[in-house]
Design a protein around this ligand. Structure first.
Ligand code: CA
Length: 533
C-alpha cells in the first residue's frame, strides 16, 4: 500500500455530517495555501491528524466532531484555520443525573455461527489461549527470589514439559506497608486473586509468601476460591498445604539457606508443570473468547481508523457469543449518556453511573478531574482535550447493548456475564491491562497511534496501529495496520474482519503477536485506591 504523500491530493476526514471540523490525513501534514477538492483553502500549516475549521467558527461557537461539542471557540476562527487546543474551551463533564436509561434498543444482529478456535478448557469452564505456569506472590519482598527461581525453572525444568508455554512470576508492589483493612483494599486484593485464576493458568495455583506480610496467603486465596485442588502431602518440601493451597513460605523454619527456598519453589513448580503439560488444545466455539480492548498513545486517527475497526470486531465477537470488555473510565466519562442509553437494562445503566460517580469522587480527592487524562503525546497527535479523546475511545465498544458492568478487579466469569461488558478501570495502560487480566481475559487488543511496545506475559496482546506511517516504522511491533482505512486501501469492516480472524489464530496458538515474539512484557500494576501506611 502506498501512503498518500503531501504532493498527492489533500485529504481530510469528517466523522459526522454535522461536524464543523475535519482532520488532515496526509503524511507530513499540509501547508498553508493548500486547496481541498471542496474549495476550502488552508490558512495555516496543519499537521497530520490535526483539525481544520470547515466553516467560519464565531467566538463562543460550538466546535463539533463526532457530532458532539468538543469545545467552544475562544475567538473567531475563520474557515481553513488550524483548530488546536488553545483555541477551545472544554465543555463541562455531563452530570450523572437525568441520564437516558436503557433507551436505545439496537436491532438484534444475527448470530455469527461456526467460528472456533483451539483452546485449553479449564475445570471451571473457562478456556485459555496459552498454557502458562504462574507463580503467585503475596508481597513484593519475595520478587527477587521468585525471579531467581523462575530463571532456573525455565532453564532446568521447562524443557521437559514441551506443552507448557511459559513460567512467570506474578509480581507486584502490594502486600505490605498497606492499609489492608481499608474498604478500598478489596480492589488490589481481589485483582491479585482473580489474576491468579486467569484462564491461561489452568487452575494450577502455587503461591510464594514471605511469612510476615499483611496479605497472608489465606486472605489472598481463601478456601473455596480455587475450583479444583488435589490432596497432596507436601510438608516434606517446606510447603503448607492448608485448605488445598500450595504455599512456599520463605520464613518457614524448614528453610536453611537460600537454596532451600529455591528447591522448594522448584519442586512445587514441577508438580504443577506435570499437570499443565498434560493439557491439550481442543476445538471450542468462538464464544469462549474473553477479549479486553483498550487504547494507549492515542492520536486523532485512533477514533477514525483503529478504534472503529476494533468496534466492528467487537460487534462480530458479541454476535459470535463471546465476551468483550471495554474500560478506561476517564475516557468514557464524557460519553456517559451514550453508554447509559445503550445499557441492556436499567440495572446495568445504574451500575455504570455508580462506577462513574465512584471515579469522579476518587479524582476529586486528588483535586483533578477527567481532563487530567490527556497527555502531551495525545495533543501532539491532534487530540485537543478529553472530550475529543473520549469520543474516539468509546467507539471500540461497537454498537451492541451493554450487558453488564464490573467494578475494578472483579471477574467476568464469576458474575456470569457474556457479551459486551464495561469493566471499570483507570485508563493507564498497565493498570487497565492488569485489571482486565483479573477480569478473566484470554486475549487483549490494544490500539495505538503514537506507538507503544506494550505487552503482557499473561495473555497475548494484539496491537493495532492507527496510521500507516506508524505501521511501517514499527513493522515488527504492530500486528494490524488500521491506517489503511485513512489511506483508502481498506474499509473499517475489512480491518475489523481481519482482526477477528487474527484473534482466532492467536487464541489457537497458530500465530503469535509481535509482543509475544519479542517477549515484551510490562509489569503488573495494581490499582490501589486505599492508603499506604
Ligand atoms: Ca489506556
Amino acid at each position: 500500500m502506498t501512503p498518500v504523500s503531501p504532493a498527492q491530493q489533500p485529504l481530510s476526514i469528517k466523522m459526522h455530517e454535522a461536524d464543523n471540523v475535519a482532520i488532515v490525513v496526509n503524511d507530513g501534514g499540509l501547508p498553508a495555501g493548500t486547496v481541498f477538492p471542496s474549495g476550502l483553502v488552508l490558512r495555516d500549516k496543519v499537521t497530520q491528524g490535526h483539525k481544520v475549521a470547515l466553516e467560519d467558527l464565531p467566538q463562543g461557537g460550538t466546535v463539533r466532531r463526532y457530532n458532539v461539542p468538543i469545545g467552544y471557540a475562544v475567538k473567531d476562527i475563520p474557515a481553513g484555520s488550524w483548530v488546536h487546543e488553545r483555541l477551545l474551551d472544554m465543555p463541562d463533564a455531563r452530570g450523572l443525573d437525568n441520564l437516558p436509561i436503557a433507551t436505545v434498543k439496537p436491532e438484534p444482529q444475527p448470530p455469527l455461527e461456526g467460528y472456533t478456535f483451539e483452546g485449553y478448557r479449564n475445570a471451571d469452564g473457562s478456556v485459555g489461549s496459552r498454557n502458562i505456569l504462574a507463580i503467585t506472590t503475596t508481597v513484593q519482598c519475595v520478587a527477587g527470589v521468585v525471579d531467581f527461581a523462575v530463571r532456573r525453572i525455565k532453564d532446568e525444568l521447562l524443557p521437559r514439559f514441551p506443552n507448557v508455554d511459559d513460567v512467570i512470576g506474578l509480581e507486584h508492589h502490594y502486600g505490605c506497608g498497606v492499609a489492608i483493612d481499608a474498604p478500598d483494599a478489596i480492589i488490589p486484593i481481589r485483582t491479585l486473586r482473580n489474576i491468579t485464576l486467569n484462564p491461561n493458568f489452568g487452575g494450577e495455583v502455587m503461591v510464594v509468601s514471605l511469612g510476615c506480610e499483611k496479605l497472608q496467603p489465606e486472605r489472598l486465596l481463601p478456601p473455596g476460591t480455587i475450583p479444583i485442588m488435589d490432596e497432596r502431602n507436601v510438608a516434606d518440601i517446606g510447603m503448607t498445604a492448608d485448605a488445598g493451597l500450595d504455599v512456599v513460605c520463605l520464613q518457614s523454619d524448614h528453610h536453611v539457606g537460600f537454596m532451600s527456598m529455591i528447591d522448594s519453589i522448584m519442586q512445587t513448580a514441577e508438580l504443577h508443570l506435570e499437570k499443565l503439560n498434560a493439557r491439550r488444545r481442543e476445538t471450542v466455539p468462538a464464544s469462549e473468547l474473553v477479549v479486553g480492548v483498550q487504547c494507549g498513545g492515542s492520536d486523532a486517527f485512533s477514533g477514525v481508523t483503529a478504534n472503529p475497526a476494533v468496534g466492528f470486531c467487537t460487534d462480530l465477537l458479541v454476535r459470535a457469543g463471546a465476551t468483550v470488555m471495554f474500560s478506561e473510565t476517564t475516557e468514557v466519562r464524557d460519553g456517559i449518556d451514550q453508554l447509559t442509553s445503550r445499557a441492556s437494562t436499567p440495572e446495568v445503566a445504574q451500575a455504570m453511573i455508580r462506577e462513574m460517580a465512584w471515579y469522579d469522587a476518587y479524582l476529586e480527592k486528588g483535586r483533578v478531574d477527567r481532563s487530567a487524562n490527556t497527555t502531551p503525546g495525545n495533543k501532539k497527535g491532534g487530540l485537543s482535550n478529553i472530550v475529543e479523546k473520549a469520543m474516539g475511545s468509546i467507539v471500540k465498544s461497537g454498537s451492541s447493548p451493554i450487558s453488564g458492568v464490573l467494578s475494578p478487579g472483579e471477574k467476568v466469569q464469576l458474575k456470569g456475564l457474556k457479551g459486551l461488558v464495561y469493566a471499570a478501570t483507570p485508563a493507564s495502560d498497565f493498570i487497565c491491562g492488569t485489571l482486565q487480566l483479573a477480569a478473566g481475559i484470554n486475549l487483549h487488543v490494544f490500539t495505538t497511534g503514537r506507538g507503544t511496545p506494550y505487552g503482557l506475559a499473561e495473555v497475548p496482546v494484539l496491537k493495532v496501529a492507527t496510521r500507516t506511517d506508524l505501521a511501517r516504522r514499527w513493522h515488527d511491533l504492530m500486528d494490524i495496520n488500521a491506517g489503511r482505512i485513512a489511506d483508502g486501501d481498506a474499509t473499517i469492516e475489512d480491518v475489523g474482519r481481519e482482526l477477528f480472524q487474527f484473534m482466532l489464530d492467536v487464541a489457537s496458538g497458530r500465530k503469535k503477536t509481535w509482543a509475544e515474539h519479542w517477549k515484551l512484557h510490562n509489569s503488573l500494576v495494581l490499582f490501589n485506591p486505599a492508603p499506604v501506611t
